[in-house]
Write a protein that binds this ligand. Structure first.
Ligand code: PEP
Length: 249
């Protein structure tokens, strides 16, 4: 039985007072939640998040990282740096990183490997654009994105990772994939892993992301292969985020 997990992606939102006000009720409520809870904050706030969440049931992480250990990469942040701020998770391959910042499958795989080398659990995001879905390429695109990472790190490394299926057309649009649409892709992802290792496939937590809101979350999380959510907009509103966590309960 896979324990459900709900991760919040704050994207480039937040301020010191807003973060403190958001995290205070989440920290308290997490004590009574059955699912794992994670918040992924912008880099400058990781120290604040660490000091507000240490000793709580809420884990935290970042939204990306650089694949190199150190060097002349102005503006970039390494996995080891994230580790110093207590990050246990990091998003890799979020569609905004792929589309706005030109991250290729190979770069995403390198970032995934760098996170794991530093003991940080990557949350590998996979998803197709609307045009790709309409062209019937959903499973091919998601399969290609996953294969690029599995080929680089090996199937057993996937044990220390999570996957998130995030259809690009559902992110920040208010359009959620239907439970059946999401389940179909989640099942295909798990089947792809099972071709290499049935146990890894069975243990893998595959989150759904894309306009998850309190209404509808329960039905999504009730699908056989949906193990929780990656939540953007609703993660910035404590009541909404907690209601989604309850739905995963
Ligand atoms: C995300 O940022 O990964 C996301 C799924 O955003 P939203 O929930 O706002 O669609």
């Amino acid at each position: 039985m896979r324990k459900k997990l709900v991760a919040g992606n704050w994207k480039m939102y937040g301020s010191l007072p807003r973060n403190a006000a958001l995290l205070a009720p989440i920290r308290v409520a997490a004590e009574g939640l059955a699912c794992d809870v994670v918040v992924c904050a912008p880099f400058p706030y990781l120290g604040q998040v660490q000091s507000l969440l240490t000793g709580s049931k809420v884990a935290w992480g970042a939204q990306t990282l650089n694949e190199y250990a150190e060097g002349a990469y102005t503006g970039e942040v390494s996995a080891a740096m994230l580790g110093e701020f207590g990050c246990s998770y990091v998003l890799v391959g979020h569609s905004e990183r792929r589309s706005l910042f030109g991250e290729s499958d190979a770069t995403v795989a390198a970032k995934f490997a760098a996170a794991q080398a530093a003991g940080i659990r990557p949350v590998l995001c996979l998803g197709e654009t609307l045009a790709e879905r309409e062209a019937g390429q959903t499973l091919a695109v998601v399969g290609r994105q996953l294969a690029a990472v599995v080929e680089r790190v090996g199937i057993s490394a996937m044990r220390a990772a999570l996957l998130a299926y995030e259809p690009v057309w559902a992110i920040g649009t208010g359009v959620t994939a239907s439970p059946a649409q999401a389940q179909e892709v989640h099942a295909a992802i798990r089947a792809q892993l099972a071709e290499r290792d049935a146990a890894v496939a069975d243990e893998m937590r595959i989150l759904y992301g894309g306009s998850v809101k309190p209404a509808g979350a329960k039905e999504l999380f009730a699908q056989a292969d949906i193990d929780g959510g990656l939540v953007g907009g609703a993660a910035l509103v404590a009541d909404d985020f907690l209601a989604i966590c309850q739905a995963a309960g």
